[in-house]
Design a protein around this ligand. Structure first.
Ligand code: C5P
Length: 409
């Protein structure tokens, strides 16, 4: 599946990057770095050391990101400007750029004497350092040892590069901060390419279908599309290339996925058939109308002509049943059932030829939270999720999909 330029551009959609800017002249390049990350769809927040604000005014970062910049731990009136743990706990990745010799040393020692160093100590997500300093500081054994300490603890490092220094009197040497585009590539690698669905092609059906009665009326259902969209977002975060084949929904599809908008079950079937043979994973989360009017009338059916119309219905194709066997990868469906009996869902899984089916109760449709039971004849059989938001459930489902992929030949 080809990922379009736009989708590629938006691969960081929804990912939260916290930039920790140290006080080096290279911070002028961090402005461009923030802009590039935003262009890739990332959410970006910035915190700055006091020294960093001597080189670039916080207003520049605030204007570019549209968010307040974290500067100080304490305020005279006692109010926190940005809570000192709020930013590191918000982030999916902390990017220290420029990482000065001082910031690297403090991080290696676990010093937390301002907002930035406290944030680095509190961060539980990956931390990427982009060192920038003059060659004599870069080559100093203290800096080398400090960086090695950070690496041993799991920190990532990009650069520095060898080349001209910002100051015209300084000799060229190692210590130049990597170019913003190279740093963005490293962010992509850490956040996307290392995901457990990296390089996997995932097709998700979502939303409801609409079956025309005439040109203005239709048969449909109350599905919101939230579960399918949550799955698409989660798969994207884990590095997958995602195709979302969707009918009408109450939510927008996430940026960064290939979307195929359809209306009827027949259109959805055709869109899935066109793509299924290239997929590593297919998840059928759409609420497909079981029936459609035998004939869709052109124009509007008139009340005067048909005071008591009888709607003749025919069965729609079962998209999962018709396409699952053409998927070279893992196929997963949903079984929305009344009552707690799992038996009908087991029968459904076998009849549709799916690897797994997620049992859920009827009241889940359109609801914000849900509970799922994973039914299969192999991995994770019988496991039930906690009652959780659709976003959390998407993670739970994809954890099991990943286990399935790992266990597959
Ligand atoms: O048979 P039932 O509608 O309960 O099956 C639900 C599962 O089958 C869901 O995964 C749904 O997306 C899929 N399905 C389908 N095409 C249909 C009906 C259901 O793909 N016509």
């Amino acid at each position: 599946m080809a990922v379009s330029k736009d989708q590629e551009m938006l691969r960081l959609h929804g990912r939260r990057v916290l930039i920790a800017a140290g006080g080096g002249i290279a911070v002028y390049k961090t402005v461009e770095l923030a802009r590039l990350l935003l262009k890739r769809g990332a959410e970006v927040r910035v915190m700055m050391t006091d020294a960093a604000t001597r080189f670039v005014h916080p207003t520049t970062f605030a204007a570019i990101t549209g968010r307040p910049v974290g500067l100080q731990m304490f305020h005279d009136d006692g109010s926190p400007e940005v809570g000192h743990l709020e930013l590191p706990h918000w982030a999916d990745l902390v990017l220290v750029a420029p990482a000065t010799a001082d910031l690297i040393a403090k991080a290696a020692c676990g010093i937390a004497d301002d907002l930035v160093t406290t944030g680095l100590l509190a961060a539980r997500c990956p931390v990427l350092f982009a060192p920038a300093m003059n060659p004599s500081m870069w080559e100093h054994p203290a800096t080398r040892t400090n960086l090695q300490t950070l690496r041993t603890r799991g920190a990532h490092v990009v650069g520095p590069e060898t080349g001209e220094m910002a100051h015209p009197d300084e000799l060229p040497g190692a210590g130049r901060m990597s170019e913003p585009s190279a740093i963005v590539e490293e962010v992509l690698r850490l956040l996307i390419s290392s995901g457990d669905l990296a390089g996997r092609r995932v097709l998700i059906t979502a939303g409801r279908t609409e079956e025309p009665i005439d040109s203005v009326r239709m048969l449909s259902n109350r599905s919101s599309g939230r579960m399918g969209v949550a799955l698409a977002e989660e798969a994207l975060k884990r590095g997958a290339e995602v195709v979302l084949v969707h009918g009408p929904m109450d939510v927008n599809p996430p940026a960064g996925v290939e979307t195929v908008r359809v209306r009827s079950a027949n259109d959805m079937l055709a869109a899935v058939q066109d793509r299924i043979d290239r997929m590593d994973v297919a998840i059928y989360a759409a609420a497909v109308s079981d029936y459609r009017p035998k004939q869709a009338l052109k124009g509007k059916m008139k009340r005067e002509n048909t005071p008591e119309p009888v709607l003749e219905l025919v069965a729609n194709p079962d998209i999962a049943a018709e396409t699952a066997s053409h998927c070279p990868g893992i196929t997963v469906g949903f079984a929305l059932e009344a009552g707690g009996d799992l038996a009908p869902a087991r029968v459904k899984r076998a009849r549709k030829g799916l690897d797994a089916i997620l049992f859920n109760q009827v009241d889940a449709i359109g609801a914000d939270t849900n509970r799922l039971t994973w039914i299969s004849d192999r991995e994770s059989e019988g496991e039930t999720s906690p009652s959780a938001s659709k976003r959390e459930l998407a993670g739970w489902v994809l954890d099991r999909v990943v286990n399935f992929l790992r266990a597959s030949p």
